[in-house]
Design a protein around this ligand. Sequence first.
Ligand code: FPP
Ligand code: MG
Ligand code: MG
Length: 325
Amino acid sequence: GFVDIADEALADSVRQGMDRVERLLRESVRSDLEFATRTSLHLVDAGGKRFRPLFTLLAAQFGDPDADEVIKSAAVIEMIHLATLYHDDVMDEATMRRGATSANARWDNSVAILTGDFLFARASRLIADLGGAAVREMAGTFEALVTGQMRETVGVGEDEDAVEFYLKVIFEKTGSLIATAGRFGAWFSGANEATIDGLERIGRIIGTGFQISDDIIDIASPAKESGKTPGTDLREGVRTLPMLHALADPDTSPRLRELLSRPLTEDAEVDEALELLRGSSGLARTRATLDEYADDARKELASLPDVPAREALSALVDYVVARTR
Ligand code: FPP
Ligand code: MG
Ligand code: MG
């Protein structure tokens, strides 16, 4: 996959775990309503990176990675993620996802919303098998996702710091689920408390970093690379870190300031803003911020037990910084 795992035994273990997760994912969305199966498989099959379940499986290497609960929790995390993508593409009016037509564009908003709900329902069944403590944990995570999305929709308040607000939103909407992915992997593998907490903290950092790189991709990666339409944040009027950093630089041109002051509706304006942002100090500074997150994650990694998975997790951190899709 996208992360090179040097250790042969570890690579085998992760491959086998991933195969089990894939099978469970597909099994879990099967419905006697054939249409529900089809709309659910739409994004399952669109070929995501499976970043979150991979993180869960690596976190499980600090205990027994083959435990059924590990596989279940990895599948649950990906199903919840998929559910939020169906809903996110409705809210963002996105037409493309993972290089495929988004569900809202292929069918309509109702179908996309209901498919997200269906996935959430099926994920909830699996979470119930993991026990009451897992249900409570997932409820908190889900609340964070929804609150982050609501906060993003409401926007920053007048006396709030825009960068702090942004960081809070992205931790909630993206970091929280990835933190739980790490926590679940370690927890259900039977790892000790300190290791479980460590993997949750690493998940928080790489999850927040993951969204920062997503926001760079929205500006810097062409559609054929990212599988999504560039400039979606500009159209939605979402102020991401590269934009905030550009606005904070006194040398930023009045034209870019003007373009960032409102949601953009014209293709030509979006293209112009993207061009200006690509050459801006805002993008460069955001890449530097991302490097700091990676350094923090590596520091956390160093406090974990020395098993081969630690090196693979370090490769995962490198990937978050370097990814373009
Ligand atoms: C992607 O952000 C969005 C999220 C990570 C979280 C969205 C959360 C919800 C929609 C909560 C509601 C969900 C349910 C199932 C009730 P983005 O738009 O920046 O990412 P993108 O570039 O991948 O579109
Ligand atoms: Mg979106
Ligand atoms: Mg969104």
